[in-house]
Design a protein. Structure first.
Length: 182
């Protein structure tokens, strides 16, 4: 019985993944810093028909748009938290926007060019990273709202991302509704 449940679970995940049409974008954030983003839409939907879209906001640490939590999961487990969450939401008809966290993108830039760590742009970010995380999330919230003008936009933060989501939400007070929205 457990083997059957395992096969059904894997089959369900595969069908959900196949029903997702994703596209990657290079988006310049509020200060022109390039961040890789991914837009996941159910394959049966078009951008014009999307009614709900979630912006995923990372937890602490340098995270890619997949938010790889494998290092803090059971040994040998691959845990791409945001990729899995996006697939599950897409399976329910909800579009998802996810992006590389600035600390992840900055670390990759430093690995490619050590001089980036000495640049003014990096030093400004390093002096107040939380402000940049908030502004990046705010930028992607606006980007999402422009891309899906008829959709309701939801912010979902994981760990530190929950705090960032609250900070971003205060800039969009007129968008906020309760869970019992009519």
């Amino acid at each position: 019985m457990k083997l059957l449940q395992l096969f059904l679970g894997i089959g369900s995940l595969l069908l959900t993944a196949l029903s997702c049409a994703g596209s990657e974008h290079s988006v310049k954030s509020f200060d022109g810093f390039p961040l890789r983003a991914r837009l996941d839409i159910n394959a049966a939907a078009s951008e014009d028909s999307v009614e709900r879209v979630v912006v995923l906001i990372h937890g602490s640490g340098p995270q890619s748009l997949d938010e790889d939590l494998s290092s803090v999961s059971a040994p040998g487990t691959t845990n791409y938290f945001f990729a899995d969450l996006a697939a599950a939401l897409n399976g329910r008809g909800i579009a998802v926007v996810r992006y590389d966290k600035r600390s992840y993108a900055a670390a990759r830039m430093i690995a490619a060019d050590r001089n980036f760590a000495a640049s003014k742009k990096f030093k400004r970010y390093a002096a107040d990273p939380l402000r940049y995380f908030i502004e990046d999330a705010r930028h992607f919230t606006r980007w999402t709202a422009r891309r899906f003008p008829r959709a309701r936009v939801f912010l979902v933060g994981h760990s530190e991302g929950a705090n960032v989501a609250l900070q971003v939400a205060r800039f969009f007070v007129n968008w906020i509704s309760t869970a019992t929205r009519p």
